[in-house]
Design a protein around this ligand. Structure first.
Ligand code: SAM
Length: 323
């Protein structure tokens, strides 16, 4: 069996015998007014972090969700889309599609606003999405792409890019590794399926996104996810995994490189009321301006630190500033 087949088999079992905490959840599920998440969906919450960011979901977007799991995030997206077929969820594992269908029918009994037709569940996989080019506003995946080996990750990201409309958003939540995961763990297919051994470093993860053409990437959260200890994982040193929530925009990559926002700000500390850096950025004295990492680096290089303070990445950016 290939590791992808092992993964599919693993999730077929996880669909038939729900395992709470299978994929360690470090945040409670997003609660919204009038939304009741059935118990079974909470037990089958196999994601890390969240891909449902209310600020990204204005204007009744069409959402393509890859790897439906128990349907918890499909239901949360449907809360915002509220139209038949507004959420299209794709999964190659028939047992998982059936479980999600049952769970969404339970959700309809508990949520007067929800019609199961709001979520269309389709057979398909991340490498061949059953959608035309440039047809959806949002693609989301939670805790699936980290399982893929790098070439497969590149294929899955290219597929997501293909189906997004220009300006559309790829919203992801995945584990990342604070140092390279050793080969003996990477090759363990069960650990990979469990989202414990396929994670890339932060830098590699971002480079994969840029590599398929995303011109702007925004980080929404970065937090500890799991510790792989020395005894159980045969390691010299414990290895911390983090979870990373991101939103990547299908916009052209600027000539000087992609804009990656990690929550840095630039603060002009000179004597003038305003500073024009000559590269399109106007900074008012003493007022923090959100900047992408590229602009932060350029400002730090071009101005002395007593004139320009650059704050650390907060790993939370939700718009504004300049680039
Ligand atoms: C870790 S679970 C995440 C489930 C869901 N996103 C959540 O947050 O609860 C991975 C999901 O991806 C599905 N999956 C496995 N291989 C896939 C593939 N090649 N393409 C799309 N989905 C896949 C599994 O069946 C499972 O539903």
């Amino acid at each position: 069996m290939s590791y992808l087949e092992t993964t599919a088999q693993f999730y077929a079992e996880a669909a038939e015998t729900p395992q709470e905490g299978l994929c360690c959840v470090s945040t409670p599920p997003l609660q919204l007014p009038g939304l009741k998440i059935p118990e079974i969906m909470q037990q089958m919450n196999y994601g890390c972090g969240s891909t449902v960011h209310p600020t990204e979901l204005f204007g009744e977007p069409t959402v393509l969700y890859i790897g439906v799991g128990g349907g918890i995030e499909a239901l949360q997206f449907a809360y915002f889309c509220r139209q038949p077929g507004g959420v299209i969820a794709v999964d190659p594992v028939i047992e998982m599609r059936e479980a999600a269908t049952r769970n969404l029918q339970s959700a309809a009994k508990e949520n007067g606003w929800f019609n199961p037709e709001f979520v269309q569940i389709l057979a398909g996989d991340a490498f061949a999405l059953p959608m035309p080019d440039a047809s959806v506003d949002v693609v989301a995946q939670n805790c699936l792409f980290n399982i893929f080996e790098p070439e497969d990750l590149q294929r899955a990201l290219s597929e997501a890019y293909r189906v997004l409309k220009p300006g559309g958003k790829l919203i992801m939540s995945d584990p990342i590794a604070t140092r390279p995961i050793p080969p003996h763990l990477q090759q363990d297919e069960r650990l990979r399926a469990l989202c414990l051994s396929g994670a890339l470093s932060y830098e590699d993860y971002i480079q994969h996104l840029i590599g398929v053409g995303f011109g702007q990437i925004e980080i929404r959260a970065r937090r500890p996810y799991r510790l792989l200890d020395t005894q159980n994982y045969n390691l010299d040193e414990p290895l911390l995994l983090e979870s990373l929530d991101s939103v990547s925009f299908k916009v052209p990559i600027p000539v000087d490189g992609a804009c990656v926002f990690t929550g840095k700000t630039a603060i002009y500390a000179g004597q003038e009321a305003m500073l024009d850096d000559g590269a399109g950025h106007l900074l008012q004295r003493g007022i923090p301006v959100a900047v992408c990492d590229k602009t932060a680096a350029n400002l730090a290089k071009n101005f002395p630190s007593n004139l320009m303070m650059i704050t650390e990445s907060s790993w939370y950016y939700s718009g504004g500033g300049c680039c």
